[in-house]
Design a protein around this ligand. Structure first.
Ligand code: ZN
Length: 655
């Protein structure tokens, strides 16, 4: 999972917004007869329960935290271990039975012994923390998302197994839920003294900070839908994220690696423990490795294999991933490492114990990605479009996978992954010229509603679709009506209801979250939510990336000091840069100082951030310690005034 979007976006926004108001909220719709029938059908189609997942998810349990709430420095809860305690017994008809079954295993929390010398803290965040006993201290793999949850996990480890220092930290990949809590586990004195090794895959720092900077504003907003951060856990609410429960809301930190690994088969002896790495970069994350702990015959599959089908393209938005490479790495893991392993563990979900079971589990997931890839390409080359392929594959899931729960789509789905693979090769265009230059959404919606015979007629058609239980069609009609007539309260209420039925029926937790978040906002208004800034993250973003990010706030239609050339000197980082205001774009150039700047800004980079992102007045920034601004300050102020404010949410369900 990638949550860096939430944090990086928030970090740049330098803002903390309040969550939804506590005013009375419109309740979600009750389950419809059609949804009830759909849930019964879904229940009947499930594979046999088996004993593996129930046994493996509880095996080795040692202890958990007494106080279920983990609080942040401001006293507000960052995590609640009991948030899904309500998930017990038979599935309510507002939750897909497969997703309900999934959460009964995923909701467990505590410290678990995996193999000799290897433990995991699970359920303390969306991700798992793995702990290995080194010669002098603990080796921690993936210190969760938040400093607070990581500290609580470490406290549990030390209280249960005996207190030891953390001698090494390993980040399996560049997503925030695998490094953000690092300052919660390391001792600052040990870190300062160089007594903590920090190991990551090659390219880690660049990817950890850059993957989400450009599109951070959009990703943050879209991620709130994907993870359901605006809706509470419950039978008609959020049901986890498919590979964990919610996102912890604490402080994000980052300590740069002291060592990186570039090739599969490379080994390191970390605090006396030999570790071998398998590079899997370019699949689930742009920088990622798996870890083979030979002495414990344990293989950590990081996040390329978990208890669910993953995302080839995550709905919150990302660069599309390579499904073929994903399958190839799983093949390598299944043939090279699993046969030597008594346990296959991941940085999400629960372990799989037994050599044969672990191998079969990785093999089934390999086949799933391979099937998705090959069948999408096969159909694509026959002329089918992404929507047709998604529909066809969803309706004919592969027979080999019907028995393996972990290949099901609790996180990624066959449907949106097939579209992603099509996009990977062919992009968004389906080669139908009518779609090459169709009207944009609002204009098209108005024409469509008009063509259907007007708003009342469209409502009547939607009501028919709702009565028939065709929520896909009802949502389509109503979404167009809401876009054509944003003030149409009945249309909004019906659309919310239609989305809710789709959410209740979704096997994928993140589909459910998206439908229910949309319904919530239709009923109660927009929820804007962001997290506090992370100084570590901001400090780690390269200056070129920041200047390019400022350039995306440039508005050519406003009065600009065109031709302005700004010299930037950042003594604390030994960097120089040029910023040029052109006719239609702003060009930033790191490492180059202009000959004849109109303005020169000299000072620490945080002053530059305050000016360009927070948009503090030039005069105020000039008074900050260590800052000098010389030259045409009025032109600089005009440049700042003409920038867009940092994006802070936007409407999704309404135009
Ligand atoms: Zn993750």
């Amino acid at each position: 999972m990638n949550i860096a979007s939430l944090r990086a976006g928030a970090a740049l926004a330098l803002a903390v917004a309040a969550a939804t108001g506590a005013a009375a909220q419109d309740a979600p719709a009750p389950v419809s007869p059609a949804t009830r029938i759909a849930q019964q059908a879904a229940q009947k189609a499930l594979p046999p329960e088996g004993t593996r997942d129930a046994a493996d998810s509880q095996r080795g349990f040692l202890a958990t935290r007494k106080d279920p709430v983990i609080a942040g420095t401001n006293g507000k809860p960052v995590w609640n271990l009991d948030a899904y305690a309500f998930v017990a017994g038979p599935a309510p008809d507002t939750v897909n039975p497969s997703l309900w079954r999934h959460m009964t295993h995923l909701k467990r929390h505590g410290l678990y012994e995996v193999t000799a010398g290897v433990w995991q803290v699970r359920g303390f965040d969306v991700s798992n923390m793995t702990v290995i006993r080194g010669e002098s201290g603990w080796i921690v793999i993936d210190p969760l998302t938040s400093v607070e949850t990581a500290a609580a996990a470490m406290e549990l480890v030390n209280a249960t197994l005996g207190k030891r220092p953390v001698s090494a930290v390993i980040y399996s990949h560049s997503h925030g839920d695998h490094f953000g809590g690092v300052r919660g586990v390391v001792d600052p004195g040990d870190l300062e003294a160089g007594r903590v090794a920090v190991i990551a895959p090659a390219g880690f720092m660049e990817e950890a900070t850059s993957e989400n900077v450009m599109a951070g504003g959009a990703m943050m907003r879209r991620a709130a839908y994907q993870f359901g951060t605006g809706i509470a856990p419950g039978a008609t609410g959020q049901m986890g994220s498919g590979i964990g429960s919610g996102l912890s809301g604490g402080a994000l930190s980052l300590i740069p690696p002291t060592d990186t690994v570039a090739k599969t088969g490379e080994t390191r002896v970390v605090d006396g423990v030999p570790l071998e790495f398998q590079i899997v970069s370019g699949t689930e994350a742009p920088a990622e490795f798996n870890v083979f702990i030979r002495s414990a015959r344990t293989f950590l599959a990081a996040e390329i294999a978990t208890c669910s089908l993953h995302n080839i393209l995550t709905p919150r938005g990302a660069k599309v991933r390579d499904a073929r490479a994903w399958a190839r790495y799983l093949d390598e893991a299944a043939t090279r490492y699993a046969p030597q392993s008594e346990a296959v563990i991941s940085s999400h979900c629960w372990p799989i114990f037994g050599k044969d079971q672990g191998t079969a589990w990785l093999t089934a997931q390999r086949d799933n990605y391979r099937w998705l890839h090959d069948q999408t390409v096969r159909r694509m080359n026959r002329g089918e479009t992404m929507h047709e392929i998604a529909e066809a594959l969803e309706k004919t899931p592969p027979p080999g996978n019907s028995q393996e729960w972990s290949t099901r789509g609790y996180y990624g789905t066959i449907s949106h992954n097939a579209k992603a693979i099509y996009q990977f090769y062919l992009g968004w265009y389906d080669a139908v010229p009518a779609n090459l230059h169709a009207h944009p959404p609002v204009e098209r919606a108005k024409k469509l509603v008009d063509a259907l015979g007007g708003g009342d007629r469209t409502l009547a058609l939607a009501e028919n679709a709702l009565a028939e239980g065709d929520y896909r069609w009802a949502s389509d009609l109503l979404q167009n009506l809401v876009f054509a007539e944003p003030g149409n309260a009945k249309a909004k209420a019906l659309l919310a209801g239609s989305y809710e039925q789709q959410g209740y029926q979704s096997e994928s937790a993140i589909w459910r979250n998206q439908f229910l978040s949309a319904a919530f906002e239709l009923r109660n208004g927009r929820v804007d939510r962001s997290n506090a800034q992370s100084n570590d993250m901001i400090a780690a973003i390269p200056t070129q990336e920041l200047l390019d990010s400022v350039a995306t706030l440039f508005a050519p239609e406003r009065d600009q000091p065109r031709g302005l050339v700004v010299a930037i000197e950042i003594p604390d980082r030994g960097e120089t840069a040029t910023l040029e205001v052109g006719a239609q774009a702003m060009i930033g150039r790191v490492g180059v100082l202009p000959d004849k700047p109109a303005v020169t800004i000299r000072g620490p980079r945080r002053a530059l951030l305050a000016l360009l992102f927070v948009r503090l007045p030039v005069e105020a920034v000039a008074k900050m310690p260590g800052v000098t601004i010389e030259g045409d300050k009025a032109a600089l102020q005009r440049m700042i005034d003409a920038l867009d404010p940092m994006p802070h949410g936007f409407d999704i369900v309404t135009p």
